[in-house]
Design a protein around this ligand. Structure first.
Ligand SMILES: N[C@@H](CCC(=O)OP(=O)(O)O)C(=O)O
Length: 487
């Protein structure tokens, strides 16, 4: 709906966020990084937590685990795949280097130790990878680095370039610079964002247990493993146990990471870091399943390639698995969740979170996960429907019923959904969803509080100027689950 009055520009005095991008509709599609990869390649992100990198008490590096991870990465590379490692351990290795017993509470002390540890850590990885002539690269990120769209695209392009060059990027949070506001907080989340950024096929969260259990296996010997998760919100497990004493993650951050990565189309796996060789069996198995359900996706390797690189048993398993599992798939044509396990293909203990079929990628992934919301805009049911239908609309002021927090123009906000109270003279609303999505807004919180509930043609009257008929352009709005039918 065009504005009926000529649009006057926002006066210089009107509060807007400093250095924000210009208030013009985004050109779409934006220049997204080109993920050049052959149809035979998979992109695999492997995340290793502190407890898998150094001993919890002595902080000595767990050399055998690290070496096995290196061998696994190299074999994946030799099978033609692209590998990114997300490695924690800077603080642990730093403590060892400086002979300090315990992680200090003071932030600046922990940051100083991380600075010492990170260079040791990357030197250690380089030393190990060097033995097999594999070049690596160090990438240290903070949230700030990806909050700006151009920097996010630059980071994604650098990953692509490195992977094209056959290099294994090793990622960690830039602990030395990151303070609370700009922290990812844990490397599970960082690895999921990395996997989404490069459109990875797999994210392996390698940890000190085999898989996710329905309760803490350390306290409950009868805890049962969870093998496949199609819907994380329906999961009924106890993830209250904390991670290692040095790391910041635990099972709950792994679930957050899995939710984030699977929404971006990344199959996410929790597996034991002492058995990285299981990655081959898991990938071979999942790729076979995907092929059988009709997806055109690469296998771990052809039979010849698997034999050439010493995977005899997998080559045989692959040959034997196909006819049986094809038969199983044919006999279960109506299944919507994962088909049953092909009986001839061995698969080790792990938890697999299936990737969402409608992956949220590129610009929408960045809006949802690259930015931190500064406030909330509550929209009514009608606006929510218009924003989530297939020919998605932009957000008009008339559909907004509340605004919370203080934010500037072009900043990121959460989109909440409210049901307007009905009845004559009724005011107010009931909140239906705290955060259904996120948006980059064209108006500040103060401006939105003046124009909400009004038609766009009245913006000028309310503010004395009008920048846009939309509070947010449709390309600047993303929902966590576009198919969600909450109303
Ligand atoms: N960036 C920190 C680790 C942060 C973290 O999430 O650790 P973890 O929970 O062990 O994966 C470091 O390198 O020490």
């Amino acid at each position: 709906m065009p504005l009926s009055s000529p649009v006057k520009a926002r006066p210089a005095s009107a509060p807007a966020v400093e250095n924000g991008p210009s208030n013009h509709p985004p050109t779409h599609p934006q220049s997204v990084p080109v993920m050049r990869r052959s149809s035979k390649q998979l992109t695999i992100v492997i995340k290793l937590g502190t407890s898998s990198i150094c001993d919890e008490v002595t902080h000595e590096p767990l050399l055998s685990t690290l070496s096995m991870i290196v061998e696994t990465c190299i074999k994946l590379r030799r099978l033609g795949h692209r590998v990114i490692l997300v490695s924690s351990g800077a603080i642990g290795i730093g403590l060892r280097r400086l002979n300090i017993d315990k992680r200090p509470k003071r932030l600046s002390a922990a940051q100083a130790i991380a600075a010492v540890g990170q260079c040791r850590l990357i030197a250690l990885w380089d030393e190990l990878f060097k033995q097999l002539k594999q070049p690596i690269a160090q990438i240290l990120l903070t949230r700030n680095d990806i909050a700006d769209r151009t920097q996010y695209l630059n980071a994604a392009n650098t990953f692509t370039e490195l992977l094209d060059m056959g290099i294994i990027p090793i990622v960690n949070e830039n602990d030395t610079l990151a303070v609370t506001e700009i922290k990812f907080g844990d490397n599970d989340t960082l690895s999921a964002i990395t996997a989404g950024m490069v459109n990875a096929d797999y994210l392996f969260l390698m940890t000190d247990v085999d898989c996710l259990y329905d309760k803490n296996p350390r306290s409950f010997p009868d805890a049962k493993p969870v093998e496949v998760v199609d819907d994380i919100s329906a999961l009924d497990v106890d993830v209250s146990s904390a991670g290692s004493s040095l790391g910041t993650g635990g099972m709950s951050t792994k679930l957050t990471a899995a939710r984030l990565a699977t929404s971006a189309g990344v199959t996410t796996v929790i597996a034991h870091s002492r058995h990285p060789e299981r990655i081959f069996e898991i990938v071979a198995y999942v790729q076979t399943l995907k092929r059988e359900s009709g997806a055109s996706t690469p296998l771990l390797g052809t039979e010849a390639a698997l034999l050439e690189h010493g995977f005899e048993s997998l080559a045989i398993a692959l040959r034997c698995a196909t006819p049986d599992s094809a038969q199983v798939a044919r006999s279960h044509p109506a299944r919507h969740s994962s088909p049953p396990r092909p009986i001839n293909m061995p698969v080790p203990l792990h938890t697999r979170f299936t990737a969402k079929p409608r992956a949220i990628r590129d610009r929408y992934f960045w809006i949802l996960h690259g930015l931190k919301p500064h406030g909330t805009v509550v929209v009514d049911e009608g606006a929510y429907r218009a924003l989530t239908r297939s020919d998605k609309a932009g957000l008009l002021p008339v559909g907004i019923i509340d605004v919370k927090g203080t934010f500037g123009q072009q900043e990121c906000v959460s989109i909440a959904v409210g049901k307007r109270n009905k009845g004559e003279g009724a005011t107010g609303y009931n909140l239906v969803c705290n955060e259904a999505g996120r948006a980059l807004v064209n108006y500040t919180s103060v401006e939105i509080s003046h124009i909400m509930g009004h038609h766009s043609s009245e913006i000028d009257k309310q503010l004395g100027y009008a920048d846009s008929e939309y509070v947010a352009y449709r390309d600047n709005i993303a929902f966590f689950d576009e198919k969600s039918n909450m109303l």
